[in-house]
Design a protein around this ligand. Structure first.
Ligand SMILES: *[C@@H]1O[C@H](CO)[C@@H](O)[C@H](O)[C@H]1NC(C)=O
Ligand SMILES: *[C@@H]1O[C@H](CO)[C@@H](O)[C@H](O)[C@H]1NC(C)=O
Ligand SMILES: *[C@@H]1O[C@H](CO)[C@@H](O)[C@H](O)[C@H]1NC(C)=O
Ligand SMILES: *[C@@H]1O[C@H](CO)[C@@H](O)[C@H](O)[C@H]1NC(C)=O
Length: 359
């Protein structure tokens, strides 16, 4: 009887480890646990390797398809209470769902007529002091310094984020590209300062920072233009339940403020050799024929004859309006080009992906 109990105990223990969402996955491809291995770490994470509609992707301006039915997206400007935590992989803000406090509804946009509820905000970045950029999505193969992602769940269909995450039409991700500027956007500055109190990974719930009077909508650039496609979460389990909305203009951060994010570490305590969180972005995934729809009407300012010329799309892309950017050479000259970004992403064949999976 006693033996049986012990056995049961051990089994539970092992199951906990296997089932452990605690497994130290990382964005660092040089380590076991890096993006190429995510699909092997946990049974529920198979999509990370097997999925064919994964995120992030490169936004190729010449492939955008104008869709006049795409409505502007409405993100409520409410002030919420939130928790800011270092998960060991990413800095993540989670909006508190409190009985007497407002939450943030997101309506309109490509996911109309569903209503979504903002649940979390994550920040992706690279090692700025080494010139590494860390946006997850690239535009015309250009990677930007950082990317802020607002993740919302379909509250018309599902009770909460965790249920929606694995369900059809479950999530909406609004992506804000962050570029270097002379001043830092006010709400991003607040987050930057707050990040200094979550330098180490939270060991227990509560080892996080409360953000009171946080206004997520203040992180958005002033534009109603976006690109949308169907994709996945960019961290395990990579569920393909996410409608992505990439806003067409960046917000700005100063170089000094960007460096502050580099202080974040993966470990729970100070180590003799610091273990920095960067890189904090997933490598690009193949588009595999998915549509990149946009409400940027490139034809509206042109005559009917010239509106079919795709090169005009560049004129309207907000990201291009950054003087001094050496567009073509930017990504190539990065000091840290990842192996997975060297091939043309549209040429990745499924058998190559499964090769990685069976490693
Ligand atoms: C969000 O939408 C729901 C359903 O329409 C509504 O009950 C709620 O009041 C809205 N929240 C806010 C903060 O407006
Ligand atoms: C989400 O909702 C499901 C179903 O109602 C429930 O079982 C689960 O505990 C909820 N999860 C969280 C994190 O609240
Ligand atoms: C954050 O707020 C919660 C209540 O929502 C409280 O229990 C907790 O102690 C606060 N944490 C800090 C660090 O102030
Ligand atoms: C890219 O860099 C090379 C040299 O490194 C230069 O010759 C070329 O003109 C650059 N291309 C653009 C588009 O700036």
């Amino acid at each position: 009887m006693r033996k049986k109990l012990i056995l049961l105990y051990i089994t539970t223990e092992i199951l906990t480890i296997i089932d452990g969402v605690q497994y130290p996955w990382t964005f660092d491809n040089d380590l076991f646990g890096g993006p190429d291995f995510w699909g092997l770490l946990h049974g529920d994470w198979r999509m990370c390797t097997a999925g064919q509609m994964q995120s992030p992707v490169n936004i190729d301006p010449s492939q955008l398809l104008y869709d006049p039915h795409l409505m502007p997206i409405n993100i409520e400007g409410n002030i919420v209470e939130a928790v800011f935590e270092n998960t060991g992989q990413l800095p993540v803000v989670t909006v508190k769902d409190l009985p007497n406090k407002p939450t943030i509804n997101i309506t309109g946009g490509p996911t109309m007529p569903y209503r979504y509820n903002l649940h979390q905000i994550s920040v992706h970045f690279g090692r700025a002091d080494e010139g590494e950029k860390g946006s997850e999505h690239t535009v015309d193969r250009v990677r930007f310094p950082a990317e802020i992602q607002l993740l919302a769940y379909n509250s018309a269909l599902y009770p909460n984020f965790s249920v929606a995450m694995t369900s059809p039409r479950g999530l909406l991700a609004v992506s804000v590209i962050v570029d270097i500027g002379k001043t830092t956007a006010v709400e991003l500055r607040r987050l930057t300062v707050a990040s200094q109190s979550i330098t180490y990974k939270a060991r227990l719930p509560g080892q996080s920072t409360n953000l009171t009077d946080f206004q997520p909508s203040a992180l958005l650039p002033k534009t109603s233009h976006y690109v949308t496609y169907e994709g996945s979460l960019t961290y395990p389990g990579c569920h393909e339940t996410v409608t992505w909305v990439i806003l067409n203009n960046p917000i700005y951060i100063t170089n000094d403020d960007l460096q502050i994010w580099n202080e974040l570490q993966k470990t729970e305590t100070k180590q003799p050799e610091p273990s920095y969180m960067t890189p904090a972005y997933r490598p690009l995934k193949s588009l595999n024929g998915r549509l990149l729809r946009t409400n940027i009407n490139v034809g509206s300012k042109e005559s009917a004859a010239s509106s079919s010329c795709p090169s005009n799309i560049y004129v309207e892309m907000g990201y291009r309006a950054n003087p001094g950017r050496n567009k073509r050479n930017d990504s190539v000259s990065r000091r840290y080009v990842r192996q997975s970004e060297v091939f043309e992403i549209d040429n990745i064949r499924p058998d190559e992906i499964s090769k990685i999976g069976s490693y």
